[in-house]
Structure formats: structure tokens, C-alpha cells
Write a protein that binds this ligand. Structure first.
Ligand SMILES: C[S@@+](CC[C@H](N)C(=O)[O-])C[C@H]1O[C@@H](n2cnc3c(N)ncnc32)[C@H](O)[C@@H]1O
Length: 276
């Protein structure tokens, strides 16, 4: 009897899942460098780069030096001094592999592999993370959401002009669309006005309150392309310890995403790839 109930339960569950998967495979665009288009008889989801693959790639020690040089050349802010120093030191110490993985490194690796055509970022500030994506994918269209809170982390946060200048330095050729204001209001409005836009890569690094981050996450995971990535910053932050749970409760349990968290060193970052 128990066996029968068990089988019946999974039959119904799988039917619902299969229907959702088929519907999404028809309606949701695919990330062109991270999905193999095989139309018939899908045995499994044909994703190329999973979070585990990204994790292994990000362990290559040469990224420490590359990112140290990039941050040093591109950005001059007092609060970055610590990060630069850390990168400089570990580029000497982590010789065969490195377990220091932060938002910058993960965006660098993902954008290098999937070459996004479009990127949505919540929390742009002075364009540091956006520049990493622009460096690897100069034709990528940028969708930049920020309310430009003054003196964020003790540094001037003047708005779009400085971000445009940073991207210009990298000879970025894609478009940049700015959405100035509270992402909790602007993202739903954007989705209503652009129901057909889905993203290769989305990064959430804006409102760091429990509810703000939760709303940003729930507003954006549906507009990731199949094979596209979602990056969520600060999941190991001393200042925002609850962000780890926001990630765990709102994305990890979804059957159409594969997730991975990097919370051993640094401020932590978590990533997910959409499989259907
Ligand atoms: C941590 S900083 C972003 C850092 C940036 N990603 C980088 O790599 O340098 C957070 C940014 O989010 C913005 N922000 C905070 N709350 C927001 C909200 N509710 N809506 C939009 N932007 C917000 C702040 O103005 C700030 O520029």
C-alpha cells in the first residue's frame, strides 16, 4: 500500500514537473553559449557550464593576478585597498589553485565562458562589477538598476555618468539603460513593459535588507534565460548574515535551477544556472 502511494505521488509530481519543463522550453529563450539546442527526446537538460564547472574554473590561480591588475588599474577607492591587497597576497600564496571566490571573480569567469549579450544588475554603484562583465563581453547590453544612495560605503555615489565613463575606458560597445530608483518598484514595472526580455546574466547586489534582497531575488529569477546565470552577493557577510537564508529559502529549493554557494572565504557569493 505504502509503495503504491509512493509511486502514485511521484507519478503526479513528475507529470507536473514535465509539463512545466516543456512549457518553459517552448516559451523561455536559451543562453546561446550555455545550452545545446536538441529539439526531440530530451534525456537530460543540455546545459554546458554548471555552477560546479564555474567553481572549478574559478579556482585557477591565474585569476587572482588578473583581477588584482584589473582592480588596481581600473578602480581607486579607499575601501578597495583591502581587497586589492588580499588579491595581491593570494596571487603569491595560492599557487596551484585558489579557494578565494568573490562576486567579481565569479562574474569574470561566467562572462568569459558564456559571453552574455545582455546583463541586468541591481546595485551598480560606480560600475565595478558591471565593468568586469563589459571587459569580457564588450557588446553586451547593460540594464543598470540603482537608486544611487549617497556616500554608499563612504564613497561618493553620483550615478550613471561615472558608470558610463568606466565602461568607456573598456571600449564597451553595447547599450546601457539606466533605471534610477528603488529596484523593488522598478523591476516589476520593467517586466510589465518588457515581457519578452530575458537575461543571460543577472547580478543582485542592491538592497541588502532581508526583505529587499528577497524581493529582488523573487522579481528576477523568472527572467533568467535557460542556461543563464543568477549571481547573488554577500551570502557570507558579517554585516548581513541573513542573506545566506534569503538565498537558501528562495532559490535553492527550485527544481529548475542548479545552485552553488561560495561562503568559505570573503563576503560570500552564490550562483545559480537555470536548467528549464
Ligand atoms: C554594494 S553597492 C553595489 C556595488 C557594485 N555592485 C560594485 O561592484 O561596486 C549597492 C548599491 O545598491 C544601491 N541600492 C541600495 N538599495 C537599493 C534599492 N532598493 N534599489 C536600487 N538600488 C539600491 C546603492 O545605491 C548602491 O549603489
Amino acid at each position: 500500500m505504502i509503495n503504491y502511494i509512493h509511486q502514485f505521488f511521484f507519478k503526479v509530481k513528475n507529470k507536473i514537473r514535465r509539463e512545466k519543463r516543456n512549457k518553459n522550453l517552448i516559451n523561455i529563450p536559451k543562453q546561446e553559449n550555455n545550452y545545446i539546442e536538441i529539439k526531440k527526446n530530451l534525456v537530460f537538460d543540455p546545459i554546458i557550464y554548471t555552477p560546479e564547472f564555474i567553481a572549478k574554473e574559478a579556482q585557477k590561480p591565474e585569476y587572482n593576478e588578473e583581477l588584482y591588475n584589473f582592480l588596481d588599474k581600473q578602480f581607486d577607492e579607499p575601501y578597495l585597498e583591502f581587497v586589492k591587497k588580499y588579491y595581491e597576497k593570494i596571487s603569491q600564496a595560492h599557487k596551484t589553485h585558489s579557494n578565494y571566490i568573490d562576486m567579481i571573480k565569479i562574474l569574470f569567469v561566467i562572462s568569459k565562458l558564456i559571453r552574455p549579450k545582455n546583463y541586468l544588475e541591481i546595485g551598480v554603484r560606480r560600475g565595478r562589477s558591471m565593468s568586469v562583465v563589459a571587459k569580457n563581453s564588450p557588446n553586451c547590453d547593460m540594464y543598470a538598476f540603482d537608486m544611487w544612495i549617497q556616500n554608499y560605503t563612504g564613497v561618493e555615489n553620483p550615478g550613471p555618468e561615472i558608470v558610463e565613463n568606466e565602461l568607456k575606458k573598456l571600449e564597451h560597445k553595447g547599450k546601457i539603460y539606466f533605471f534610477n530608483g528603488d529596484s523593488k518598484k522598478l523591476i516589476p514595472k520593467f517586466k510589465k513593459n518588457n515581457p519578452n526580455i530575458f537575461f543571460d546574466l543577472i547580478c543582485i547586489d542592491g538592497d541588502h535588507s532581508y526583505y529587499g534582497a528577497k524581493i529582488d531575488l523573487s522579481n528576477t529569477f523568472e527572467i533568467v534565460k535557460i542556461g543563464g546565470f543568477l549571481v547573488f552577493d554577500d551570502t557570507n557577510s558579517f554585516e548581513h548574515p541573513y542573506l545566506k537564508n534569503v538565498w537558501k529559502k528562495n532559490i535553492k529549493n527550485r527544481d529548475n535551477f542548479i545552485c552553488k554557494e561560495f561562503n568559505e572565504l570573503g563576503l560570500g557569493v552564490s550562483i545559480a544556472v537555470r536548467i528549464f
